[in-house]
Structure formats: C-alpha cells, structure tokens
Design a protein around this ligand. Sequence first.
Ligand code: PA5
Ligand code: NI
Length: 195
Amino acid sequence: MDLPSTFDVIFPQALPSTYDNHTVRKLSSMKGQFADQQAYARLLDKEDVVLYEVYEFKRPQEAGELLYGISVVHPGKVGDEYYMTKGHFHAVRETAEVYYCLKGQGVMVMETPEGDWAVEELRPGKVLYVPPCWAHRSVNTGSQEDLVTFFVYPGHAGHDYGTIEQYGFRKLVIEVNGQLQIVDNPRWQAPGERP
Ligand code: PA5
Ligand code: NI
C-alpha cells in the first residue's frame, strides 16, 4: 500500500529536499538542437556544460498515477539562443501537464502537431497549464539565475522526443541587443510538408 508522501522545496535555490532520480543534461546531448551550429561546436570544444537538470519522484508509469518533479534550467546561451530543454510531445498525445514556476525567469515554448504555437512567460508564482497534444520546452531567459519549475503530468503519458529532435520547435527564443526575441526556426517544416 502506498502512503501519502511529501517533500520540501528548499529556498532560495528552490531544490527538492528529497528525490528518487536526478538527470543531468549536458550540451553534448543536444547536438543539432541549437540553431547556431558553429557556436554549439565552439562551446562544446571549450566545455561540455550542464544545460539543465531534472529531479524526479518514482511512481508507476500508468494511468491514475501522477509523475512529478522539479526541473532546473541553468542560465546561458549557445550563440544568441538561450539554454533550453530538449522538449517533447507526450507519447500519449492526449495528456496534459502543469508547471509551477518557483524561481528565475523564462518561457515555455509550445506547439501542436498541426503547427499552432504559443510562448508563455514563466516567473515565480506563475502556473502554466499545457493542454493535451502540446509539445513543450522550457527556456531560461534570465542572465544569472536558474529557471526552476515544478511539473506534474499523468503517469501513462510517456515522452516522444523524435519529432522535436528532427525539426525543432517552430519558434526559437533568442537574445538580440539584450532583448528577448521570438523568431522563426529555419529548420522547421510545416507538418503537411514533411517527408
Ligand atoms: O515532463 C516534463 O515535461 C518535464 O519533466 C521535462 O521532462 C523536463 O523539463 C525536461 O525536459 P525534457 O524532457 O524535454 O528533456
Ligand atoms: Ni512533458
């Protein structure tokens, strides 16, 4: 029998007091995902920096369960493009997700299989509902602080990284003269025009 459980979010870092899994994603695992390939190669040559980390709680991956944890995207840029997560659709497309921003500043980049897109701001206290079928990627647009979010999604959702790996998201989040800009991703193809 499961017993109720709790954990604390320890501020100011906004990290969990306990967790079951800790995933560390480094630059080398994001080959081809940043638009400026030369900037990517130069940075990787210097150091395989940690882009983001995920702390998760282990629960059965089945309907009725909730999977939850804390995601930490570090500050930085590859060329003009802010550090970000890989991003994914859920393997079971009709599953949603909720994010609650605990620290830092950033955005969630989202899109549907039909090519609709949305970008929503994340800042401490902000709750974001990602509806079923929307792919999602967290982007840290701050210059100093980690972007820390709490997330929760259905146990049977699964992850589909393939589509995003191949085409990226429709929109890129970059910095131009110190300002955040949302621009078209040249690698993206409309779903109807994909081979
Ligand atoms: O379930 C989620 O959407 C999050 O837990 C993400 O998995 C987390 O932010 C890391 O992103 P990604 O899975 O795209 O590498
Ligand atoms: Ni998700």
